[in-house]
Design a protein around this ligand. Structure first.
Ligand code: ADP
Ligand code: MG
Length: 238
């Protein structure tokens, strides 16, 4: 289903190499977190995977196929942004249904999927509301709902919780972890927050200036950081 491979992928903007050559295999069904300081290339990597940016060299394979042969809309990847990007004039129901409507899906199937997503996300009672009548956490759930209804092969999250206050962030962390547990869909999650990375990830990719410093489980990174950067970032003594 959702096997994604980066082979010698690089990205430049003008003269700046933002991503030096990277190799990485994202396993089907895993919760993979990209963590690193602001500006280290996390969003760029996610956008490359989503097809919102083209690689400068190297290639991305999705289920063994060269991603350049697959238009972004057909990659089966659903992105959840940090700014919720909801349509203010549309109800929650219409916001969630929007990508399916665009894809020309029939109404019965749309209603079924929206109903299921709303149930999973505890939004059933809010389907008639507008985004401005929702709390920050509820808005974030709507944004996730819009991804869920597409039944993607993988979810791509770009710092989805950074606009929320601390208490809500802890709550939403648990909700997204639960969602992963229930759906068992590949999730690629970008954050600059070490705690988020450690508590949510099956595997963490530590990035520094576009380079992968280390890949491993939270425990591996904590116990055996491969260098000072990882140790400093994950918070273990080395
Ligand atoms: P992060 O998400 O880790 O904060 P980004 O991937 O957004 O980092 O950015 C990585 C680097 O690439 C930054 O130095 C940023 O300024 C630069 N960058 C990102 N997008 C563009 C772009 N479209 N044009 C030029 N430079 C960009
Ligand atoms: Mg970013």
């Amino acid at each position: 289903m959702g096997n994604i491979k980066l082979v010698n992928v690089t990205k430049r903007f003008g003269d700046t190499e933002v991503i030096p050559p990277i190799d990485l295999e994202i396993r089907n069904g895993e919760f993979l977190v990209f963590v690193g300081p602001s500006g280290c290339g996390k969003s760029t990597l996610l956008r490359l995977i989503a097809g919102l940016e083209d690689v400068t060299s190297g290639k991305i394979e999705i289920n063994g196929r060269d991603a350049t042969e697959i238009p972004p809309a057909k990659r089966g990847l659903a992105m959840v942004f940090q700014s919720y990007a909801l349509y203010p004039h549309m109800s929650v129901r219409r916001n969630i249904a929007f990508p399916l409507k665009m894809a020309g899906m029939d109404k019965t199937e749309i209603d079924k999927r929206v109903g299921m997503a709303a149930q999973v996300l505890n939004l059933t009672e809010y389907l008639h509301r507008r985004p401005k009548e929702l709390s920050g956490g509820q808005r974030q759930r709507v944004a996730i709902g819009r991804a869920i209804v597409r039944e993607p092969a993988a979810f791509l999250f770009d710092e989805p919780l950074s606009n929320l206050d601390a208490a809500l962030r802890v709550n939403m962390r648990l909700e997204i972890s639960d969602l992963h547990h229930n759906l068992k869909t590949t999730m690629i999650y970008v954050t600059h927050d070490q705690v988020e990375a450690i508590t949510m990830a099956d595997r963490i990719v530590v990035l520094n200036k576009g380079r992968i410093e280390q890949v491993g489980s939270p425990l591996e990174l904590y116990r055996t950081p491969s260098n000072k950067f990882v140790a400093g970032f994950i918070g273990s003594p080395k």
